[in-house]
Design a binder for this molecule. Structure first.
Ligand code: DX5
Ligand code: ZN
Length: 221
């Protein structure tokens, strides 16, 4: 059995207290920090960039930072996020003009590389680049916002992605992003996912003065 990783999406954190939010969610047992980058162009929302990633590193965050690029074009930001301390960088293949090159840029910078698939994006984008992929990220909502509902067709797609990964014989993580909750995570795991992004489900605890406010939800996962 593979080990499961919980990746809270800081999109739903309190940005005015981001360093503390990240510290607290990691202290509660989260494994990696999911960092959503939106450009108001590829997706209809605008979030955070390399400066904030670097600020988290300067704050003392040592956990892996999983940068999910929802931007077009892709390549220039890759270098910026490598310099800012990213650990994993994923991008949407249809947003890159040269998918192989973008993957190679990420790997050359010492980061793990991944492709992200929107609900209707075919997995065939993996066909000729599997040897350069360290993570496959399936969106279970349309990208752009937290708090949306899990799209059930993602379960079949997860099973297909799991088959492809196992057939490759490579050490590739299968991550799912969007609408992951305590009550559907077991079913998502059974479909083959091993890495779980959760935004609104995690960052809902209210008492900001309690550093253990995320213990319960992380443990339930
Ligand atoms: C959506 C983002 C997600 C989002 C998930 O475009 O990529 O990471 O924060 O949020 P929830 O878990 O609330 O669906
Ligand atoms: Zn994301």
């Amino acid at each position: 059995t593979r080990d499961f990783l919980i990746a809270p999406s800081i999109l739903s954190a309190d940005f005015a207290r981001l360093g503390q939010e990240v510290d607290d969610v990691l202290a509660s047992g989260a494994d990696i920090v999911h960092f959503d980058v939106m450009d108001n162009h590829y997706v209809p929302n605008l979030t955070i960039g390399p400066m904030v990633c670097q600020a988290l590193r300067h704050h003392g965050v040592t956990a892996p930072i999983d940068v999910h690029l929802m931007v077009r074009p892709v390549d220039r930001l890759i270098g910026d996020f490598i310099d800012a301390g990213a650990s994993i960088i994923t991008f949407h293949p249809e947003a890159s003009d040269h998918i192989d090159r973008s993957l190679q840029l990420i790997r050359d910078g010492g980061c793990r590389a991944g492709l992200v698939f929107n609900p209707a994006t075919p997995l065939s984008y993996l066909d000729y680049v599997m040897d350069k992929v360290d993570m496959v990220l399936l969106m279970s909502v349309n990208p752009g916002f937290g708090g949306q509902s899990f799209i059930p067709a993602t379960l079949d797609k997860l099973r297909e992605a799991r088959r492809r990964i196992d057939a490759s014989g490579r050490d590739i993580r299968l991550e799912v992003d969007g609408g992951v909750k305590v009550d559907n995570i077991a079913e998502i795991a059974r479909a083959g996912a091993d890495t779980f992004v959760a935004g609104s489900a995690v960052f809902k605890a209210s008492n900001a003065a309690d550093p253990h406010r995320y213990d319960g939800v992380i443990r339930e996962f």
